[in-house]
Design a protein around this ligand. Sequence first.
Ligand code: IMP
Length: 439
Amino acid sequence: MPERGPSEEALVLSAVVIVGAQFGDEGKGKVTNFLAAKADMVVRHQGGANAGHTVVVGERTFKLHLIPSGILYPGKLSVIANGVVVDPEDLVAEMDYLEAEGIRLDGLRISTQAHLVMPYHKRLDALQEGRRGESRIGTTLRGIGPAYTDKAGRIGIRVGQLLQPREFRALVHRQVAEKNRIFVDAGEEPDDPDTVADRYLALGERLRPYIVNTPALINDALDKEQNVLFEGAQGTLLDIDHGTYPYVTSSNPVAGGACIGAGVGPTRIDQVYGVLKAYTSRVGDGPFPTELSGDLAHEIRERGQEYGTTTGRPRRVGWLDGVALRQAARVNGMTGVAVTRLDVLDGLPTLQIATRYRLPDGSVTTDFPDDLETLAAAEPEYAVTPGWDAPTTDARRLEDLPAAARHYLDRIGEITGVPVVLVSVGAERARTIVTGTLF
Ligand code: IMP
């Protein structure tokens, strides 16, 4: 393995994980797209069509849910790896959308081992959310939780099984019979197993040319010293282990999830870039210590157009949370930070960053609480920093930014303990400041 050096030429081999450092929607799509230009392969390794990645290429905006943004560049492989849960209905719709936009799909690869989101998973998601009442999670209703439940319960059906029609139909019959009991109990209509099987087998034929052994493919690329980008979905605080359980998604968005969800060993990962928004947003329910309300929340939401890509729901917004970011830096082993949407804060007179939490027992901590009750009761203590007047959207180098904006970035570097390697000041690719070597 070549030594890692400061210059780009020295970085022959590089495997980079892009991870969300907050509650998702950090702008990972933009950062991944920026880096994808240099990657040979872009890999999605967890989550499913609950994700929404907005990618601007030239004049065009693409909204992707399942397919990695590498697909927008000819000659790169875009891999949906084993850790993803694939809804073939959504995937084929996304393939049709991209083809209609003139994007070729020859670089698409889908893991035989990825689990399928079945129609009954989406029905169950809705049923379970309805039953939770006040304590609902606010899921995207894409069937993600029930699909991962079946995977862990060893009754899931995998993408590769779409290619064996007889066995697939038998599996569907067994699973639909199980799930129908729940629906009938709830007073709902049962599913017809043959309708489900017929539909999925037809979709499977469309997917057939792209279904391969992805752990082999990805490891081959690493062996050949290609640049591989692992594109995380959701964010650290939505991680099923490290997030605000149970208000989380059902996969592991943290960097380690890339290893499991793609089939590569931890020793193969070279860099972990945490993407964080210059403020915080959360869509869905659950604790959010630095949440804002009133006019300021409204202003930030409108400026940042904080509405869900997948569900259109308005996002909750708040100040930057340094306690949560410290946690993200640690559990992901972040080596660099990409700060997005700095421009949304332009013109605010002062900004606040939570630096520690005061807990109900009167103690203060910089550790992110490990239980929901403590987190929900935590009172953030803020450092107040000056805002800046000048617009930042045209900055292309750190020196172009107002001093107060640079100071704000320095604070982020101090809190996370890792350097800021990229700053985004607008949706377009060009509106990016690169402050370090990225690959
Ligand atoms: P699920 O992943 O649909 O089960 O939803 C669980 C929680 O994760 C809910 O709070 C969702 O709003 C949130 N969530 C899931 N995917 C995303 C995403 O891509 N961005 C932001 N929040 C998400």
